[in-house]
Write a protein that binds this ligand. Structure first.
Ligand code: UT7
Length: 328
């Protein structure tokens, strides 16, 4: 039995932060940001809000679209690196916010590959026959861990995310295959140094601004280009798919140049490459569900869709799925 995505929801906050706004904070330019990343603007959550609010909004859309009640949900998985708290899990908070009183849940930490790792995990609970309705969220309030004095990172990240409903497929459509990878030796190039058990918060860690994202962009870029392209090509080859057979690529939105390199390796026509990075920047675990929600109307039942991501950890991977419904 396959697990199929049967509904999607996405949410970004109203506040827009443009490249011009960031020019006032750090030594950067709209021209540099657009030409190096493809980003024009990103969204920012208000103070007092959290990642669970993004998820709750996205899940509420799904419940309304499908006219199902929160009590019918069996399991909620949240992929995020910006949980509301270290514990309890954000999934618990989401469950409480939406009234999913019959569900259990947990968080997955795999940075920008988080949604892929969570989708794979959620699909196994459907395939086992144990659960009928699983919610998988990918969301991040990156503004909570972004250093707005560091031009290397603050121009890239934004807040937002989305969710999908997984149910047992009634035909051959659904999640077909996955290749997921991780390599902890890459951790120093992209991480949040302090705040965990190794470097608990102290005045020193705060003064050294170690509770923010640190990224060595050039190194991460090289690994991202190579690994995301390779894994996407590998999943095509082992499922006998050519560039003509693939209908859409939904790739993690970290940098337009990384997405282009992946699409070239997959030999995809431009119109098959879904892109919304210009408006949201890199929302970490949020990018792929946000693509689903923005482009849902394009998808037709049976479409071959390849998902791909690369992120901190390092983590990366690709999932091949056949879209399970025509959007309403
Ligand atoms: O999401 C998960 C994984 N993350 C990624 O996939 C991100 C991968 N990395 C990237 O997308 C790119 O490396 C960045 C967008 C982060 C940076 O682009 P780049 O073309 O690799 O730039 P760079 O880091 O090599 O920096 C080139 C120059 C440097 O100046 P010098 O040393 O050549 O004088 C930087 O200091 O650009 C400078 N620079 C900036 N200039 C203006 C770095 N950030 C900025 C900025 N504005 N915001």
């Amino acid at each position: 039995m396959r697990a199929a995505i049967t509904a999607v929801g996405g949410y970004v906050p109203e506040k827009i932060v443009t490249n011009k706004d960031l020019e006032k904070l750090v030594d950067t330019s709209d021209e540099w940001i657009q030409s190096r990343t493809g980003i024009k603007e990103r969204r920012m959550m208000p103070d007092g809000s959290a990642t669970s609010d993004i998820c709750a909004e996205a899940v509420s859309q799904i419940l309304a679209k499908r006219k199902i009640s929160a009590e019918e949900i069996d399991l909620i998985i949240v992929a995020t690196v910006t949980p509301d708290h270290v514990f309890p899990a954000t999934a618990n908070v989401v469950s409480d916010k939406i009234g999913a009183t019959n569900s259990w849940g947990f968080d997955i930490s795999a940075a920008c590959s988080g949604f892929l790792f969570a989708l794979e995990t959620g699909s196994k609970f459907i395939e086992s026959g144990k659960h009928k309705k699983v919610i998988v969220c990918g969301a991040d309030k990156m503004s909570a861990i972004t250093n707005y004095q560091d031009r290397n990172t603050c121009v890239i990240f934004g807040d937002g995310g989305g969710a999908v409903l997984l149910e047992p497929s009634i035909d051959e459509n659904g999640i077909v295959d996955s290749i997921l990878k991780s390599d902890g030796s890459g951790k120093e190039f992209l991480h949040q140094k302090a705040g965990g058990s190794l470097y608990p918060p102290t005045h020193e860690t705060i003064n050294a601004r170690e509770h923010y994202v640190h990224q060595e962009g050039k190194t991460v870029f090289k690994f991202a280009v190579t690994n995301m392209a390779e894994v996407s090509r590998a999943i095509m080859d082992r499922n006998n798919l050519t560039g003509d057979d693939v209908d859409y690529l939904c790739a993690h939105q970290a940098n337009l140049r990384i997405i282009d390199a992946t699409a070239r390796r997959m030999e995809l026509a431009d119109h098959k490459v879904l892109i919304n990075i210009a408006h949201y920047g890199n929302t970490t675990a949020g990018t792929i569900p946000l693509l689903f929600s923005d482009f849902e109307k394009k998808f037709k039942k049976g479409d071959n869709i390849v998902l791909a991501a690369f992120g901190g950890g390092f983590t990366w991977g690709s999932i091949y799925l056949k879209w399970a419904y025509d959007s309403l």
